[in-house]
Design a protein around this ligand. Structure first.
Ligand code: ARG
Length: 459
């Protein structure tokens, strides 16, 4: 089998080199974008007068045939098929003969693979955005019934202040919203066609790159051929957006793992999204959440591995760049596995308001007491100190803050009066946080409204 680049070589490459060098094992999935790019390129060659209309038609016909062979899973790989580009061109030659040999005029696999990569990325960004949206919608539906469900809010994972369960759930909506925007942004920058950059220096043929780009659905063309064929920014950006998204999902998973532990019991793991133990009959394990957390490591690994690949490369195409694909595909596949499961999980999980309430410790209201003293005219710093003394007294008496007598309070400060007990109320504490973005039921309702408007606007 003669290779597409075999002219200057007297011997076939060693089999061990082939195993290392070939990318067809993982880039065959680019066939849709590769053929779309070739079809647009054939049309551009025709417009430039390089192909006759008859030759262009033959090529288009042949490419459609190759596409359908891939789609029907009957495309047969041959020994010399190094990557998707050579495989498609080889098969086209078998199908239509001589005209196939003109398709690569003025084109290099360097601008071809860069084009394929960007077309693939545009589609992948759209897919991830819609998978993210699936999770966001479930977060909203899970939050809505729990505007008044009070739970402990934590800092340093120590009880801090009461919040509503809806507020907790919605906090992840906004992280995911920024993630979705990052993918949209990645697509916006990737949306330039490199085709016509050729190997590195640009093409000497009169190719109208702009209309070639439009034919493929790109918004624009790249401005520098050397940059265009060495650039893999989009790949790195996608993997970064994926890493940050997974990091958010991993933190969400961690919250649920903790909250579903029977010692807290805030959340019941749904049967259909949890697993049992082969030995311990009582077990119900949050496997999908653990895998979300676990696979975050691999997605971050894909990013840092690829950045390491890029960082020392000299200008121009280097074969190192072939390393972009496996990690990129792996990141996209991992996201496509995780996001739908999490959406389903959120839809099926059950919050247990009684357990959340049972976990409310009056220590969570210490800030309320400080605010109470502030309302009585005590400067905040001093109020903080006085309440600290009340907390200590309560600890010594082994009683909640409401168990201290008025006398106890007044020994600390005469600013405490009988109405202090009215401030030791979890629901009241939550309801007071009415400023925009706060945890009060009214503010969270407005937050959810805003979230819905954002989703509608992207419809
Ligand atoms: N399979 C190659 C890749 O994925 C295609 C580009 C090959 N270009 C070259 N000059 N050898 O990067």
């Amino acid at each position: 089998m003669t290779k597409l680049w075999g002219g200057r070589f007297a011997a076939e490459p060693d089999a061990r080199l082939k195993a290392l060098n070939d990318s067809i094992g993982f880039d065959a999935q680019l066939y849709v974008v590769d053929i779309a790019g070739s079809s647009a390129y054939a049309a551009a060659l025709e417009s430039a007068g390089i192909l006759t209309p008859a030759e262009a038609q033959e090529i288009q016909h042949g490419l459609r045939k190759v596409l359908s062979e891939f789609e029907q899973d009957v495309f047969v790989l041959q020994e010399g098929d190094e990557d998707i580009h050579t495989a498609v061109e080889r098969r086209l030659g078998e199908l239509i003969g001589a005209a196939a040999g003109k398709l690569h005029t003025g084109r290099s696999r360097n601008d071809q693979v860069a084009t394929d990569g960007r077309l693939w990325l545009l589609d992948a960004c759209r897919q991830v955005q819609s998978q993210i949206r699936g999770v966001q919608e479930m977060l909203i539906s899970a939050a809505e019934p729990h505007l008044e469900t009070v739970m402990p809010g934590y800092t340093h994972f120590q009880p801090a202040q009461p919040i509503t369960a809806a507020h907790w759930l919605m906090s992840f909506f906004w992280m995911l919203q920024r993630d979705a925007e990052r993918f949209a942004d990645c697509a916006r920058r990737a949306n330039q066609s490199p085709l016509g950059s050729s190997a590195l220096a640009g093409t000497p043929y009169p190719i109208d790159r702009q209309s070639l780009a439009e034919r493929m659905g790109f918004a624009d063309i790249t401005a520098n051929s050397l940059d265009a064929i060495s650039d893999r920014d989009g790949v790195a950006e996608f993997m970064f957006a994926g890493s940050l998204l997974m990091t958010h999902l991993s933190r969400f998973a961690e919250d649920i793992i903790i909250y579903s532990n029977p010692s807290l019991g805030f959340i019941k793991l749904p049967d259909v999204y949890s697993t049992g133990s082969s030995l311990m009959p009582q077990k119900r394990n949050p496997d999908p959440l653990e895998l979300t957390r676990g696979k975050t490591g691999r997605v971050i690994g894909n990013l840092s591995g690829f950045l390491t690949t890029l960082k020392g490369l000299p200008s121009g195409y280097n074969k190192d760049l072939q390393e972009d694909k496996e990690s990129l595909f792996d990141t996209a596949n991992t996201l496509a596995l995780i996001l739908p499961v999490l959406a389903g999980f959120i839809g099926a999980m059950e919050l247990v308001p009684s357990k959340m309430r049972a976990a409310l410790d009056e220590g969570l209201l210490a800030t309320e007491l400080a605010d109470y003293l502030v309302a009585k005219g005590v400067p905040f710093r001093e109020a903080h100190h006085l309440v600290g003394q009340a907390v200590r007294a309560a600890e010594q008496q082994n009683t909640p803050l409401s168990g201290l007598s008025l006398n106890d309070y007044q020994q600390i400060s005469l600013a405490f009066e009988r109405d202090v007990y009215g401030w030791l109320d979890f629901d009241a504490a939550v309801k007071k946080r009415t400023a925009a973005g706060g945890t009060s039921p009214q503010a969270v309702k407005e937050q959810i409204q805003k979230a819905k408007e954002i989703l509608w606007a992207s419809d």
